[in-house]
Ligand binder design. Structure first.
Ligand code: ASP
Length: 285
């Protein structure tokens, strides 16, 4: 069994270093607890991502990056490697844990729902309305003001990949997207093969970084597919090199079908934490 999580690409201010490291480890521990109790890889990645959505330090769920109108619009997706089932939500404003809603979409007749339709579907599935103002934190507001003033581009997202005791693979990713994005902008996260991908016998991957470029390079699909003929590290290296050649930086986490956790980034930093039957670790490098 393996769980590997990331807390986003991009530079983390020194003052937040410890909090971010603690956050990814808490998410990792929750995912591991689920796996240990016999939960599926899908249960584990959703549980791990939920912890980070609820942690205001990460750009997902509560504390997510704000768009040009100062609101949080959330994207999230899950993919089950066993069945190639996929579920995504985009530009959702009133759901506390979009990763749970993405899982509901996976178990419906569709693969991706956005905006009001996604909210209506949430209510249908018993996921309550969450006041949009509760997703906005002081920190996100301060960041948003700074980005607008200085014209900066920042990113950060959360994700998890897992291999369970029965050899099943799953991936999950959740984000507020890029700070000060246009209203209605959708990034790589909820697009199959862009921010999130898993395939039986190969691997599961979750990406973070500049979505417009990661998506065009289909970085998670590219990395997972390449495992047929490449070492995992090389697969990640090539996928991110393509995104970089197109103009964007980022990071990817991946677990192989034989249980190797790997990660790589072209962004200045990426936080991560992992645990397997015989190893565990965490970092922000
Ligand atoms: N990839 C995300 C997006 O473009 C942002 C991020 O990872 O920080 O929406």
């Amino acid at each position: 069994m393996v769980i590997l999580v990331h807390g986003g690409a991009g530079r983390v201010p020194e003052a937040l270093r410890e909090v971010v490291l603690e956050g990814v480890q808490r998410a990792r521990d929750e995912g591991w607890r689920v796996l240990r109790q016999g939960g599926s890889a899908m249960d584990a990645v959703v549980a791990a991502v939920k912890v980070m959505e609820d942690d205001p330090v990460f750009n997902a769920g509560t504390g997510a990056a704000l768009n040009r109108a100062g609101a949080a619009e959330l994207d999230a997706a899950v993919m089950d490697g066993e069945t190639l089932a996929f579920g995504g939500v985009a530009a959702v404003r009133d759901v506390k844990n979009p990763i749970e809603l993405a899982r509901e979409v996976m178990n419906s007749e569709h693969i991706l729902l956005c905006g009001e339709g996604a909210s209506a579907f949430a209510r249908e599935r018993g996921i309550p309305h969450h006041p949009p103002s509760l997703l906005v934190t002081e920190h996100a507001l301060a960041r948003w003001r700074e980005v607008r003033k200085k014209g900066l581009k920042t990113s950060g997202t959360v994700g998890a990949v897992a291999l369970d005791g029965q050899g099943r693979l799953a991936a999950a990713t959740s984000t507020g997207g890029i700070v000060d994005k246009r209203v209605g902008r959708i990034g790589d996260t909820p697009l199959v093969g862009a921010g999130t991908y898993a395939e039986k016998g190969l691997g599961a991957a979750s990406a973070t970084g500049e979505g417009e470029f990661l998506a065009r390079a289909l970085v998670t699909y590219r990395s997972v597919s390449a495992l047929r003929h490449q070492e995992p590290k090389d697969a990640l290296f090539e996928a991110l090199a393509l995104a970089k050649a197109l103009g964007g930086e980022g990071g990817i986490i991946l677990v192989t079908a034989d249980g190797r956790p790997v990660w790589h980034r072209t962004s200045p930093q990426m936080s991560f934490a992992f645990r397997s039957d015989d190893d565990e670790g965490a970092g922000l490098e």
